[in-house]
Design a protein around this ligand. Structure first.
Ligand SMILES: [Zn+2]
Ligand SMILES: [Zn+2]
Length: 318
């Protein structure tokens, strides 16, 4: 489906925002003029018109009167200049994490996950996605559900159009998480992505009864969220980079195969079959994959479930 089909069938008009135009630049090198074609650039991720308003999803700040929805605090989702954007919308926890990460005050609107918010007469329900603290999905009153990144889809509602991610959008990513292995890890140093994964893991280990130290910015975010980490602990959580320099028992927490250190599979995303289960659960007529790497197999399997699939590059660029 293209942007005009969505307008006709679902009463919203998705598009990608252009910034900059195609142009030629000239420079001199060894007294010769060199011409270069600069490419058309697009803003992340996508935008749409609905109910007379332009909405930007996990994108940079829009113009006056336009609204920015932020699904979670990861840097590729919160969008540039949204901390000072009065028309940005994010959950309270997302706003807190952004303030620690960016050392700036968040000036947009906030909500508690689970709340229904109203923006210029449009009702939007919010749902948790368990990808990280504060991550939330948005259900518009025309049946469009925007998930952001998802770890657990079970609280998500049914919808007509599902706008979602496919970080693990190929069959080779059918990993199983090793949460039991994590729970019984004992005294060790763990390498985890500082924003999101470190807090999720710290919470699991604290619930298990360990004392946990979380280093750096990740520790600051824990304290801001009320996760009771210590200054020293049986378990230390540090960044994957830092883990290389640590001695003793250590594990990297990831679903990727990029590291030589022993790993425990802990992922903040659905695996391949999880993405398909989410689609079966939400029962959309159409899926827009707005983030990640959807492989051909995934697209075919979604079609096999009776859903249309649209990728970002099929949307009109305006
Ligand atoms: Zn994320
Ligand atoms: Zn992401």
């Amino acid at each position: 489906m293209n942007s005009f089909d969505f307008k006709e069938y679902f009463d919203f008009f998705p598009f990608r925002r252009i910034w900059g135009t195609k142009y030629r630049t000239a420079s001199r090198h060894n007294n010769k003029k060199i011409y270069q074609n600069k490419k058309l650039k697009l803003r992340p991720h996508f935008s749409f018109r609905y109910s007379g308003i332009t909405w930007h999803i996990d994108s940079s700040k829009g113009k006056a009167g336009e609204v920015n929805l932020i699904t979670h605090a990861h840097s590729d989702h919160h969008g540039q200049k949204n901390l000072e954007n009065l028309n940005a919308i994010a959950s309270k926890e997302t706003a807190k994490i952004l303030e620690v990460c960016c050392s700036k005050k968040y000036r947009g609107k906030t909500f508690e996950i689970g709340e229904t918010i109203k923006i210029n007469g449009v009702k939007i329900r919010t749902y948790p996605t368990y990808h990280m603290h504060g991550s939330s999905a948005f259900l518009f009153d025309n049946g469009v559900l925007i998930t952001g990144d998802v770890k657990d889809y079970r609280k998500l509602p049914k919808c007509k159009v599902l706008v979602t991610e496919a970080t693990y959008g190929s069959p080779e990513y059918n990993f199983e998480e090793e949460i039991d292995k994590l729970r019984s890890v004992g005294s060790s140093t763990l390498g985890a992505y500082p924003i999101g994964k470190s807090q999720r893991v710290a919470k699991i280990l604290l619930d298990e009864g360990y004392s946990v130290k979380v280093e750096g910015k990740a520790g600051k975010i824990c304290r801001e969220l009320g996760i009771e980490v210590d200054d020293s602990g049986e378990i230390t959580i540090t960044s994957p980079k830092e883990l290389y320099y640590r001695s003793g028992r250590k594990y990297i927490l990831t679903a990727q195969n990029l590291y030589k250190i022993p790993k425990i599979v802990v992922s903040d995303h659905l695996n391949y079959s999880g993405i398909l289960s989410m689609i079966e659960h939400c029962k959309p007529e159409c899926v827009i994959i707005y983030h990640g790497n959807p492989g051909k197999e995934l697209i075919d399997e979604i079609r096999g479930l009776g859903c249309e699939v649209t990728l970002l590059n099929e949307l009109i660029k305006l």
